[in-house]
Design a protein around this ligand. Structure first.
Ligand SMILES: [Zn+2]
Length: 279
């Protein structure tokens, strides 16, 4: 039986758990947007959401549907944590329609070095799991309320990183903020930059955490994609969406044959004061 959320309820852990079902439905909605925007070709992109605070005793006592798998790192702040993760080799467009067949709920083992899948099916999490979990471990350690991490391939933002000048600290941030006022209001920490590194590598995970620690919610991986964190997956998506919109406006100006002027420094600082923005 399918509810209006499109989630298959038969035998699913989501049955009778409207809060959890709503959270997974939000992930599915965002996965659909990523596909529609052309940011999630094939199995591109990842979503990981910390659902620990909405997991009940019934889920805590569930038998795992997989053996224990190693994370490849010890992440002490994740003790007792539960996550919903997109499955490895799964498509965002499939996750959009059938989230519990293309993603799964995992439980971190007590030694904080492994995890087991508890629901619904033994869908192995994304190969990027170690880096996503390392970021969640960092966020919890910092006392951050952020629960969601998103990796996707926004076309215009990735294109920007093919020019060396935009890789310098806050050059892209300033350009994108100046294209339309909402960008600074709704992505108030700007866009951090991480130089090209092998996808899925520990070095990339470490550099991403360092960039987030440098006070960014959205970090650009050179010639690859973005990594964004926020309270929930919709908010993480919104930050990437406003940034990419700004990049599209810049591109449109260039296509019309001129270098877009951008808002002035005075207009930007007026905005910062009016909206009480952090930078
Ligand atoms: Zn990627």
């Amino acid at each position: 039986m399918s509810g209006k959320s499109g989630l298959d309820c038969d035998g699913s852990v989501l049955c009778g758990r409207p809060v959890l079902a709503g959270k997974i439905s939000e992930v599915a909605e965002v996965a659909g947007y990523l596909w529609q925007k052309g940011w999630a070709e094939r199995n591109g992109g990842n979503i990981t959401v910390n659902i620990t605070d909405i997991v009940d005793d019934g889920i805590r006592s569930m038998c795992p549907v997989s053996e224990v798998k190693s994370i490849g790192a010890v992440l002490p702040n994740l003790k007792g944590c539960y996550f919903f993760c997109k499955g490895t080799n799964r498509r965002m467009r499939d996750l959009a329609g059938r989230p519990m067949e293309n993603g799964s709920i995992i439980r971190i083992t007590d030694d904080c070095a492994g995890y087991e899948i508890v629901a619904d099916k033994p869908v192995l999490p994304t190969s990027e799991l170690p880096s996503h979990l390392s970021v969640h471990n960092y966020l919890i350690g910092k006392g951050s309320p952020y629960k969601a991490s998103l990796h996707t391939h926004p076309i215009e933002l990735v294109a920007l990183t093919h020019s060396g000048k935009f890789l310098e600290k806050d050059v892209a941030t300033k350009l994108l903020w100046s294209m339309i006022p909402e960008t600074k209001a709704f992505c108030p920490r700007g866009l951090g930059m991480v130089p090209y590194m092998l996808p899925g590598s520990v070095a990339l995970a470490d550099a991403t955490i360092k960039a987030i620690d440098d006070d960014y919610d959205v970090v650009m991986w050179e010639k690859h994609g973005v990594f964004a964190v926020d309270n929930d997956i919709m908010a993480a998506f919104d930050q990437v969406d406003v940034l990419n919109k700004a990049a599209q406006i810049y591109e449109a100006g260039r296509n019309m044959g001129f270098e877009p002027e951008g808002m002035s420094d005075a207009e930007m600082s007026e905005l910062t004061k009016a909206f009480n923005l952090p930078k």
